[in-house]
Write a protein that binds this ligand. Structure first.
Ligand SMILES: [Zn+2]
Length: 440
């Protein structure tokens, strides 16, 4: 089994050890064999050495909700009038874009997004995919891109009735087929993707529930991202979104309820009682002007709340900074969310991923997955366990990621990608985007 020794850096273990100055991590195969001082670990046998001088050695970052398919929309011009609300954003941008995605677009947009992840130090993503006129095999193309880039993650296809019954059935079929196909894979998992309650009938949701019965996977669905989702549910079904999802058996330990902005206390209780995962996406929420999740209340209730980007970007560090700011401003209190944001990003995101992967993640400790990043950061002030978060917000989050390792495989070293040929991917994606924008 190939061994990598990373040494002479500052190890941030995110476990009870805390911080090891002049520390080292020994990787054996896909997991961590030892963590300790450089002096102690230099005597170990290894095949490959990484000098982490002037760098932090820390666990890779996890993005608990994203959309790789959005990558080719960067810089696109809308042909309609600018959208003025959330539903118009969907109708005039995303539901027009996803309809013209081809198989090739799906593959290359995934590669563009994954390249950005590696460069940002994001080692695991939970993706939510849509391409209604290129559904069959779309998750295989995403998986091919994931395997080529080398990231860990979960994939799903978002079932929706918005493009008619046939497309909804194709989406169900794609989720089931893919989930069965990747059983036992080392780095990939599947979810059962659902767009959002307001584009799914009871009948379709019942079919999804039935189709997922033997798969042992959770659902991945947008929940109350905008008030429109609640209004629709109350008007048509006489119940709130989370009440409806509970009635239809969609919630649970492995289900991801994304956003959960416009939910009330009762819905929070349901999330808690069903042990459903919620995911906060601050930059996307601000960009779409839909509001923001009641993070403090969700924490008070004891809900497993993670942090994602919703496709806004690849950097979890950017989401951390945004989350740190937005709750201070909406609560008019500068001390707000000082504990909740690090808990979401550094503790809950790993706990969420551990619900799907049978490995320890998010810590640098013996036996953990070897998902590790090296960040160029020489602390200008004392760096301790108790002030680490201050360093993250005001320094580390903006520092350069030098090396990214997933499952013991080096995906970037000295800022150079080792798996993806970034230049050729970007040349190809630019050509594809030009054609996509013409069809849009
Ligand atoms: Zn989303």
């Amino acid at each position: 089994m190939s061994k990598i020794l990373i040494a002479r850096g500052t190890v941030i273990t995110h476990d009870k050890t805390g911080i090891i100055n002049d520390g080292a991590v020994l990787i054996s195969g896909d997991s961590i064999e030892k963590v300790g001082s450089t002096k102690d670990l230099l005597s170990e046998e290894y095949d490959y050495f990484i000098d982490a001088s002037d760098m932090l050695i820390m666990p890779g970052m996890i993005n608990a909700h994203t959309h790789l398919y959005s990558a080719l929309a960067r810089g696109i011009s809308l042909k309609d009038a600018p959208p003025e609300n959330f539903v118009q954003i969907l109708e005039r941008l995303w539901w027009k874009l996803d309809k013209v995605l081809t198989d090739e677009d799906v593959y290359y947009s995934a590669l563009v997004g994954l390249t950005d992840c590696i460069k940002a130090g994001t080692t695991t993503i939970l993706d939510h995919h849509a391409s209604p006129y290129a559904i069959p095999g779309s998750l295989d193309l995403m998986a091919k891109a994931m395997k080529y880039a080398g990231l860990r993650g979960s994939l799903c296809y978002e079932v929706s009735d918005r493009d008619g019954h046939e497309k909804a059935m194709e989406g169900i079929e794609e989720n089931v087929r893919f989930a069965e196909k990747i059983k036992g894979d080392k780095l990939l998992r599947a979810h059962f993707g659902l767009h959002a309650a307001f584009t799914l009938s009871d009948e379709t949701l019942k079919r999804c529930k039935e189709a997922s019965r033997d798969l042992d996977i959770g659902f991945h669905i947008h929940v109350a991202e905008d008030k429109a989702d609640q209004d629709y549910s109350i008007e048509k079904y006489g119940e709130r979104v989370i009440e409806r999802l509970e009635r239809l058996g969609i919630l649970g330990h492995k289900t991801i309820a994304v956003h959960c902005i416009h939910i009330n206390e009762k819905e929070m209780e349901i999330l808690k009682n069903t042990d459903t995962i919620a995911v906060h996406n601050p930059q996307s929420n601000m960009n779409n002007a839909v509001g923001t999740a009641q993070v403090l209340k969700l924490f008070e209730k004891g809900i497993m709340l993670g942090l994602g980007s919703d496709g806004f970007g690849a950097s979890v560090f950017d989401e951390i900074r945004a989350a740190n700011l937005v709750h201070k401003i909406i609560n008019s209190k500068s001390t707000v969310a000082y504990a909740e944001i690090p808990a979401m990003a550094l503790k809950n995101n790993p706990s969420i991923v551990e619900r799907f992967f049978q490995c320890k993640i998010g810590t640098l400790t013996e036996g953990s997955c070897a998902d590790i990043i090296l960040v160029k950061y020489i602390p200008p002030t004392p760096l301790t366990v108790s002030n680490f978060w201050g360093h993250v917000i005001f320094g580390i989050a903006g520092a350069k990621v030098d090396t990214t390792i997933v499952g013991g495989k080096v995906l970037m070293r000295d800022g150079v990608l080792t798996t993806v040929d970034e230049k050729s991917v970007r040349q190809k994606s630019t050509l594809l985007a030009e054609k996509l924008w013409e069809r849009f």
